[in-house]
Design a protein around this ligand. Structure first.
Ligand SMILES: CSCCC(=O)C(=O)COP(=O)(O)O
Ligand SMILES: [Zn+2]
Length: 254
């Protein structure tokens, strides 16, 4: 499929959306093409229970082109020709799925744009993962409107964080419509510049990275940490404090 006017893409003069291209074909400069990334990851995330019941999704940016799935469709069944292409700067739809004109762009659009514009992200993932939803309901998370965890190996998978650091992810309240989350998400991103994600209470997670690989790694590490926090809470272990035998953290006491 070519761009609506038959011309090349706004950022590289190439035709990014090509229905004939095999899904596993590598794209320019060793990158997988954004459409394959979206369709492939949606299928993987469905298997993990992150994007079931049409919820959740992923958007990928390449230069000034933003690739996004349609709204309200089963995300694991998205085809190449179902993907929208939008302009990063203007938000204008450059290409819509011509074979199914009734399709509308994802309601997550303004939230994905927050990640692209405020963090220069290359990809943003939205999950409805049960672990992500559960941590927003833990007493400490509820009280502080932020999720904190420390001293777990997977924290090292989050950019700018090490094992001894406390990872802090802001939590915002859910709204009746996905788009209405955009303002609170932007404020949370400004308040927590080190965080690569925002949790939405009783809803899920938005996480991003400089490209789809980093966004996927971040999301996987976060989901692991959310799951661990729920398990640790259940076992009566405080996941927000270093273990009592951490020599580095308690060096001054020795
Ligand atoms: C049952 S899913 C409700 C909508 C939602 O939370 C979501 O993430 C999906 O939005 P989209 O517009 O991409 O279908
Ligand atoms: Zn959602």
């Amino acid at each position: 499929m070519e761009l609506a006017n038959g011309a090349g893409c706004c950022c590289c003069d190439d035709r990014h959306v090509d229905t004939e291209r095999p899904l596993d074909r590598m794209y320019e400069e060793g990158h997988e093409d954004p459409v394959s990334v979206i369709t492939g990851l949606c299928r993987q995330f469905y298997q993990l229970g992150w994007v079931t019941g049409t919820g959740g999704g992923i958007s990928v940016r390449q230069g000034r082109c933003v690739y996004m799935a349609p709204s309200g469709v089963q995300k694991e069944r998205i085809r190449r020709q179902d993907i929208f292409v939008l302009d990063l700067e203007t938000g204008e739809i450059l290409q819509r799925p011509v074979s199914t004109p009734s399709l509308r762009v994802s309601q997550c659009c303004p939230l994905f744009y927050n990640a692209f514009r405020l963090r220069d992200a290359g990809a943003c993932i939205h999950t409805h993962s049960p672990a992500a939803v559960m941590v927003t309901l833990l007493p400490r998370t509820q009280a502080d409107a932020e999720f904190r965890i420390t001293h777990l190996e997977m924290i090292k998978g989050i950019p700018l964080h090490g094992y001894h650091d406390t990872l802090v992810i802001p939590v915002i309240d859910n709204t009746a419509h996905e788009e209405e989350l955009a303002g609170d998400m932007a404020k949370a991103m400004q308040r927590y510049p080190k965080s690569p994600a925002v949790l939405v209470r009783r809803h899920g997670l938005y996480a991003w990275g400089r490209d789809d690989v980093e966004a996927k790694t971040v999301t996987e590490c976060l989901d692991y940490l959310f799951d661990m926090a729920v398990r640790m809470q259940h076992a009566g272990i405080d996941y927000t404090e270093p273990p009592v035998d951490c020599r580095q953290c308690y060096a001054s006491d020795v």
